[in-house]
Design a protein around this ligand. Sequence first.
Ligand code: SAH
Ligand code: F3S
Length: 468
Amino acid sequence: MTRTQRAYVETYGCQMNISDGELMAGILEARGYAIADRPEDADVILVNTCAIREHAEQRVLGRVAQLKGLKTERPDLVLGVTGCMAQRMGDDLARKAPYVDLVMGPDGYRRLPDVLDRLRDGGEAEAVPPALATVASPGSRKRGPQLTVLDLDTGENYQGLEQRRTSEVAAWVPIQRGCDHRCTFCIVPYVRGPEKNRDPHEILAEVAGIAAGGVSEVTLLGQTVNSYVAGEWSFARLLEAVARVPGIRRVRFTSPHPNDLTPELVEVMAREPAVCEQLHLPAQSGNDRTLKRMVRRYTVDSFLEKVEMARRAIPDLALSTDIIVGFPGETDDEFRDTLDLMRTVRFDDAFTYKYSLRDGTPATRLPEGDFIPDAVAQARLEELIDVARGIQAEINAGEVGRVEEVLVEKGARDPGHVLGRTRRNKVVAFPGDLSWVGSYRTVVLTSTTGATFAGERITAHEAVEVGG
Ligand code: SAH
Ligand code: F3S
């Protein structure tokens, strides 16, 4: 390398992917790269992609085609596509987008600097390490071949490598990669491989480092985060240990699988002051036949029992969920069961999705007649969103007047206002100063839009009066 190379990472998708983007930046920085804030300033652009729904992929393909424009002025620019869509499309993506220099799946990041060196050196096919597959380059290209790095590695949990964290407020901590479930709609197990859990001591050292750097909120990440197990360490034990790291004031985790929400885990959540009164528990459907065909491995009743157990232990718990409508074969009555589940549980928040067919997943093999016309799925989605929003607005209206501890995240849209989150993960905007970012303020909730709150800061003295 003659001068410092600059890399830009643009991430789409879930928290795990955001964390992977930080990992890539960390790996590149450790090898002498500077991290650029804009694609225009970079020698290497990595678009870190999501494959969970077709819509997510379409958006990213459009963005990659747009970034191609930067190459006309700077032929040496390296454009890479990483993450789940890269893994899913693989060589197909390399062929369809010949201007993409590198296609790399989620288990390849450790080799990222070497692969980039190889590309810069002109990437002779035979010089490429055996684990790398190559695709012939189109004739007009000056650089060597495109490289695709697509092997899923059952051992890769990125032990010993650290993220480049930019937030002064909260940190993502991946504790697990991949997934051992096979929910029939889901592409994740095919693009991220089987479950791989990190060493608990390394996780705890990392959390201690985060706290030492002045960040007091961490979110533990995994596809089924609560199925974490490493020797004698259960997820409950790890959560307890993380919650007790000095300097850590808030701990969250996402996403748990309902089946692994154990009494032991709920007990730790209730007991440890740092564990937030918040749980994201994906239900997917409120109908047993649909749940069975999704291979979620629980029933509506057993899901409700988990909710009840958690609420008994943590009365103030804020609950959110994921729901899919229009899964192949879902009848209108079965969809109504999902609405019933929403009304029974009354989630504080719901992430709602229209089923999206993902090639290679088991649901694609369901009878063709089962597939739901888009207009029907769209109508169900809109009805579900209406119900979910209505419930959310009712719950939040009932919370106006509460006094909450808010961790300030950033400036709000209104000048002179800041935005932050309560322990129960509710967003509050209130008059404040940008110098407060990363610190806590006591706030009374004064009104709600239905989804978010407006508040006023109160002093400790007032807090006692209002709260008591
Ligand atoms: N266990 C993971 C789930 C990842 S996918 C986690 O950590 O959250 C996130 C959500 O996307 C799922 O819970 C599901 O509701 C939705 N989803 C997954 N595959 C989908 C598909 N093919 N179509 C529509 N929604 C999907
Ligand atoms: Fe996907 Fe089900 Fe795993 S939703 S990530 S296969 S638990």
